[in-house]
Ligand binder design. Structure first.
Ligand SMILES: [Zn+2]
Length: 726
């Protein structure tokens, strides 16, 4: 139960607890300039998080497990620090404590805290350890695991931030900021989160957990209660009945976050966003705003518009031309999508397409200072050595294998289970490619959240029901994907792993982001997204609608910028189109520099003026991109409205960008004159005086150093001003 701070019963209980907690609580607290963590070990108070800035403390209740059909609360005795603090590659300091579980001394709980030196948000998880042979159980047929409890009673405003609602019209995941009202507490509602933001007029709190699944399919949820407490508990899949808990099999919980600040909810949202940018992932590369290219769009154009095949353009000659064009535009990471390989699983280069095994491709990229990325999926071709060695890891549903089926015009393959020993074999294969071919960007496609209920993998045995094995699979998938991605990054720390979430039923949440980034929109909606019974009546690309240069595709892709309030937009890669005409290029450039940073299309087909426009804008952008990435977003106007103004200025430097979109075009008039518009905007933050722009006038500065901007449009387009760019 969360403590009820104002209740006299609680005060008495607290005095009693402190009198009876013999042997507890003699470990040195963790302290930074912003926070303090005291590990206490009591049944009602495992540890206390305090914000020095706000002066507020939060009592975290211990986790509760079900072991051998008995509920066990992890109150601890004999608390000690189990290792000296370690500074991790991201500068975060890891602290480990442990204590024996009071009511069952063969169990102990390890507490792992990852504390950033200069951010109030702390990442933590627990490991339940055992010296005897125990089992995790579900006496009532359901998961019985509570991760934590905390009181939110001092807050008047509570909001659930959902990250994984799939919105079919734009065909993407979108975030949702949903108020949690007093009636939700009074009626004991459950909320999925994973982020909860709490605030009043004085201070704010963020809570979060790291997992991933599509709303409303929750694996964890916050149980609210009438005393305004929140308890994070398992819904399903957190473990399987009879899961061993012994000296070789500890139970690690999911990672969680807590952070508190003085000030409004926006202060804590900024702190959380900065935490995700700088302190969540062990390796920083996925957070860097490179300019990315991917070959897929051109492959698709060839298939849909030229009636060719997806892999017709997948060859050395075309790739060398594309690399040259990509370099001229300012692209830095060149990702070759599906079709470069001879077979999945072994991931050998298709030498009928690349006779030298990608050598010339790599040397041309090196020559331009660009990096190589390749497409992967968790499949193994029928004739692959990978399949031969890991046949027991084929994904199965009720005994039926997934596959074999053709993978983008290549050999038939089986889908392999990432929650089995295949995950490590897959990691080893990708690490080999990192070494042999210099691959530094790994695009992971078609990792579905659902599918495996095999009894021989890591997600249940023949003693469990198929349903329970399927839930354990889905629960573990984001954890295993992140573990494998981390293994790749540990081997080559300048690697980036992206997880394609361009379709529904993927493990969207905070867990994967601790190891990589998302690739979030492919082309957006399909004809079926609009209930079109003919599916593809227009000139789109196969069943995709938004494949043309102009306004619509960019507006759809910019919906993703809503995530930037909590999760940096650099973690949601989306490709924009470089095609002429000029107005479309300015819109696509203005969009991508706000953080999604991808480009795809027919690069060699871009006009000479278009190439110059991209090259100049992106070279100026690169001077201030770290500021834009660090900046908290401000938007004036709706996405797709006119005007739609985005400000991303780093308060520490005054550097960054303002982009003004004019999103109106008369649908019936194909040629100008277009409907004109003039807009004035005052920046939220003071700005650096040196600027580069493509048609924004600085009309003056106010007394605080904020810029007064004017932009005049004679039709659709985007005006960009970069503060601090020479
Ligand atoms: Zn499996």
């Amino acid at each position: 139960m969360p403590p009820m701070r104002k209740s006299p019963v609680f005060i008495i209980a607290a005095i009693f607890a402190s009198l009876t907690s013999q042997g507890a609580a003699q470990v040195t607290p963790i302290e930074t300039q912003q926070i303090k963590i005291e590990v206490i070990g009591r049944p009602d108070l495992l540890w206390r998080y305090s914000s020095k800035e706000s002066g507020q403390s939060f009592d975290i209740s211990p986790p509760r497990f079900e072991v051998d059909n008995r509920s066990v609360t992890a109150a601890l005795t004999g608390l000690r620090q189990t290792a000296a603090p370690v500074t991790l590659p991201n500068g975060v300091v890891e602290h480990r404590f442990s204590g024996a579980v009071t009511e069952n001394q063969s169990l102990s709980l390890e507490l792992v805290f990852r504390v950033p030196p200069s951010n109030p948000v702390v990442r933590f998880h627990y490991r339940l350890m055992s010296t005897a042979d125990h089992k995790l159980t579900k006496q009532n047929g359901k998961d019985n695991l509570e991760y934590l409890g905390v009181s939110l009673s001092r807050y008047t405003d509570v909001a659930e931030i959902r990250l994984s609602e799939f919105y079919e019209l734009p065909h993407t995941y979108i975030p949702a900021d949903v108020p949690v009202l007093p009636r939700d507490f009074e009626n004991g509602q459950k909320i999925m989160g994973p982020i909860v933001i709490c605030s009043n007029t004085v201070d704010s709190l963020v809570l979060a957990y790291e997992h991933g699944s599509q709303m409303p399919d929750a694996y964890l949820a916050y149980q609210l209660d009438s005393s305004k407490g929140a308890r994070l508990a398992a819904v399903k899949g957190s473990y399987y009945t009879g899961q061993p808990l012994d000296s070789r099999n500890p139970y690690p919980t999911v990672w969680m976050e807590i952070g508190a600040v003085k000030g409004t909810r926006f202060m804590v949202m900024q702190a959380f966003r900065t935490f995700l940018l700088r302190h969540q992932a062990l390796y920083a590369e996925s957070r860097k705003p490179y300019i990315f290219y991917n070959t897929w769009n051109f492959q698709e154009r060839n298939q849909a518009w030229k009636k060719g095949r997806y892999l017709d353009t997948m060859n050395l000659e075309r790739m060398l031309i594309e690399i040259e064009a990509a370099h001229r535009l300012g692209i830095e990471i060149f990702v070759i999508d599906a079709g470069w390989f001879s077979k999945t699983g072994d991931w050998t280069v298709d030498t009928t397409r690349f006779p030298d095994g990608l050598k010339q491709v790599k040397s041309k990229l090196d020559q331009h200072g660009m990096r190589l990325g390749l497409w992967f999926t968790s499949k193994a071709a029928v004739s692959s050595r990978m399949l031969e060695k890991n046949r027991d890891c084929i994904m199965t549903t009720n005994g039926r294998p997934h596959g074999p089926a053709e993978v983008w015009e290549t050999e038939k393959s089986y889908v392999m289970c990432m929650v089995s020993r295949f995950g490590d074999a897959f990691a080893d294969e990708l690490i080999r490619l990192g070494k042999d071919l210099g691959v530094r960007y790994f695009k992971w496609d078609a990792f579905d959240q659902y599918g495996c209920n095999d009894s021989k993998h890591w997600h249940g045995t023949a003693a469990n029901t198929p349903e329970e094995r399927a839930q354990s699979y889905s629960f573990q998938l984001p954890e295993q994907m992140a573990r494998v991605a981390d293994k790749i990054c540990a081997a080559q720390p300048d690697s980036i792993v992206d997880f394609d979430i361009t379709e529904g039923e993927r493990a969207v949440g905070l867990r994967f982001l601790a190891a990589g980034k998302y690739f979030i929109i492919n082309n957006g909606p399909y004809y079926y997204s609009f209930d079109d019974p003919q599916l593809a009546p227009g000139g789109g690309m196969g069943a995709n609608v938004l494949v043309f240069p102009g306004l619509a595709r960019a507006v759809n892709a910019r919906l993703i910028l809503d995530y930037d309030r909590w999760i940096p937009s650099v973690l949601f890669m989306t490709h924009y189109l470089p095609d002429d005409p000029e107005y479309s290029q300015s819109i696509n450039l203005g969009s991508l520099i706000l953080g999604q940073n991808g480009i795809w299309g027919d690069l060699p087909g871009v006009s000479e003026e278009g190439v110059k426009r991209f090259a100049e804008t992106l070279s100026k952008y690169k001077q201030v991109r770290d500021d834009i990435t660090a900046a908290y977003p401000t938007r004036s106007g709706e996405i797709g409205g006119t005007p739609e103004i985005h400000e991303k200025i780093n308060p520490e430097t005054g550097k960054g960008a303002v982009v003004i979109f004019y999103n109106y075009r008369n649908a019936w008039r194909q040629r100008g004159p277009f409907f004109p518009g003039t807009f004035r905007y005052v920046t939220r933050l003071p700005v650096a005086k040196e600027v580069w722009h493509n048609g924004v006038t600085v009309a003056g500065y106010d007394s605080r150093g904020r810029a007064i901007l004017e932009a005049k449009f004679d039709g659709p387009g985007a005006k960009i001003i970069l503060f601090g760019a020479k």
